[in-house]
Write a protein that binds this ligand. Sequence first.
Ligand code: ANZ
Ligand code: ZN
Length: 856
Amino acid sequence: MARYNFKKTEAKWQKIWAERQCFAATEDPARPKYYVLEMFPYPSGRIHMGHVRNYALGDLVARYKRARGFNVLHPMGWDAFGLPAENAAIENKVPPAQWTRQNIDTMRRQLQSMGLSYDWSRELATCEPEYYRHEQKMFLDFLKAGLAYRRESWVNWDPVEQTVLANEQVIDGKGWRSGAAVEKRQLSQWFLKITAYADDLLETLATLERWPERVRLMQANWIGRSEGAYMIFDLAGRKDRLRVYTTRPDTIFGASFCAIAANHPLALEAARSNAGLADFIAECNRLGTSEAAIETVEKKGFDTGLRALHPFVAGKELPVYVANFVLMEYGTGAIFGCPAHDQRDLDFARKYALPVVPVVAPADVEPAAFAVGDVAYTGDGRLINSSFLDGMAVEDAKAEAIRRLAAQGSGEKAINYRLRDWGVSRQRYWGCPIPVIHCERCGAVPVPEADLPVRLPEDVTFDGRGNPLENHPTWKHVACPQCGGPARRETDTFDTFFESSWYFARFCAPHETAQAFARAAVDYWLPVDQYIGGIEHAVLHLLYSRFFIRALKDCGYLGIKEPFAGLMTQGMVCHRTFRDGATGRWLFPTDVIEAPDGTAAHAKTGAPVTVGRSEKMSKSKRNVVDPEATLAAYGADTARLFMLSDSPPDHDLDWTDAGIDGAWRYVNRLWRMIEEPGVALAEPGTPAPEAISPAADKLNRAIHKTVAAVSDDLERFHFNKAVARIRELTNLVDGLDRSEAGAGWVLREALDTLVCLIGPMMPHLAEELWQRLGHATLLVDTPWPAIDASLLHEDTVVIAVQVNGKLRGTIDLPKDMDGEEVKAAALSVANVAKALEGRAPRKVIVVPNRIVNVVV
Ligand code: ANZ
Ligand code: ZN
């Protein structure tokens, strides 16, 4: 018998599927649509195992839904702008465009070798003018609608990448890609008004029932709605006032200072006559604008000399500090500090010897005895030391304080969001040009629509210094569209999250030229029914996209506001780590030979290797396995099966050689089973024969039960469970005695069904086996197996057999079988006969459908 030749078979079916355009999608209002999408990759060069997992999951869903009769859209494209292309250009002297397009070619070939059911006719790359011209138009529309604007702002500056980062891109005070400590700078930037949708983005989260709870929570926290009050303090000896934002107006009688951000106008004013303060402000500005950076730094302040007057206590003055933990971009950039009930304020008060007066006492403590030491009390309780608020519960005190503030004109209720407007300007070359022209006379003038696209020049030189768009000899010099005078183009480009915020909608009609979207197509296909990708995009890409679609809706582009009806976030692919025993240097798995006892040695030298725990595959720790090598050695189906079988999709997956070998053996087992079924199979479609043995009938029932259970598993994304059930059915098929009556018929059913069930997981093998089983149609055009519901319920029972009260065996018997027959079956159990030791039973008691008790 020939061994399974995956190389030939996989190439064969990929060719046939492509020639017959099996996965080309067209709108068909008569059929239910299903849009399944995996987050499109950045063309970094080669695919990694994370891609393999992501696309194996998505392809399973696409092929399964197709078999269930849905009109499936499953496209693929390239998130093609971004910094690595520029770095490569500097290092290797290849233009970013060329580097990117080469990588796309490589990765497309790799993906195609996986046999993924994409409609390749819809492929797009965001770096092509045919794509980005539409987002330039969107930006112009956003400008008109007031959803885009320009302002000077304090930004996170990545000193290594020489660019601005969004708050989302600053992780623990460091650039998300470079890892460099982020600094603050003031620059003129373009912003998108995501805050206009803060409430809607938050409230609608509740309707996204097919999103992971975790992601919804992360977005809710990111939006960070808080209810509180603005409070306005008079300043001693001045006419202007200080406005603060607080969520705890109830604690006002515990206030012992006010603090303002380093770049608050009052701070800047005071610094003009105070060199020490100016230095302190400069020090604060070296810290990033991110909350993480601010939280980790030691809390410090500098007294401005200003004094704020307590709104309710005549004559009480609070010192006003500049403090490094107050953010300019949140609330009003100013706070009052109540040390007893806020840890930061407490640390600050202890450092600068400010009073700590508790104003909320927990219910179970005697108010007079309540004091605060090193830990602020943030819990609930009753108000103390607070004049007219004394005795009130916290919530009531908040309301009362606000009422009194409002009555005397020194405050009002307020709602604040952590969410900031999205700064989209990047000082980078390899991105979409922002369609604006700067004129000395007219200001920032939008590029007229007729002049779109503003093409990115591809003839640029890279020397690693500054922005090549700035340095290009001619590109930026243009005439002002308004006055005709000399002007210059905006040389910033869009954040690349701009492109990924609408690509899924573009896939609905990617060749439309007149406009971004063909309305009928987006109305038919959107929203994406199932989106699959990494959890790392929980607040970046996924929140931007939700905003973007709302903004596009308001500009008349489309009719929906939520882009992704279902979301699945996949876990990571992990691998054990290896280090050289002597030097501690990381080693590639291919450089290591592992012994069965868990120790390891260098493949070449035999020197000892330290084996570390399994971690996310990463180049830095070298614990990577190249998909291309795996695909070459085992084929796509084996790799895909392994990706599905070991863990639930949302859990991490441990890549092991044993696991991939196991998948490979299963592939071959299925192959052999169908090459040599051991009996002549009935013709496809033959009705069930009259004579069918109980064993054959049992297998037939198992087939239907498996289809029902696997379908259920696939609907719920329990892919690993589905694989386990399919393997169980395989065991049952193997176990059937080929001489049983009806074997030829039931094996035909079983093998056809097995092949259908593995179709979405191992499509090449399945298609090949389908053909070998004598079917003239393609498996990809074959509906999912139908279930005979009457076969799903149990018709046999397991009966325990005891001898003198001791369990000796079990028997599978038809339900409600005649007592004498049950008795006979029980006594014929080998273990029972042995226990009787030749004695005749005194009594045999049969409890119908449950137990047989033999007494000797
Ligand atoms: C007085 C107070 C007393 C506060 C107390 C807390 C506890 P969320 O919930 O995140 O909205 N705050 C306001 N603006 C700030 C800024 N720009 N930079 C740093 N901190 C700022 O937090 C609101 C609370 O954070 C506000 O309530 C304010 O401190 C502080 F016992 O006001 B609170
Ligand atoms: Zn002008």
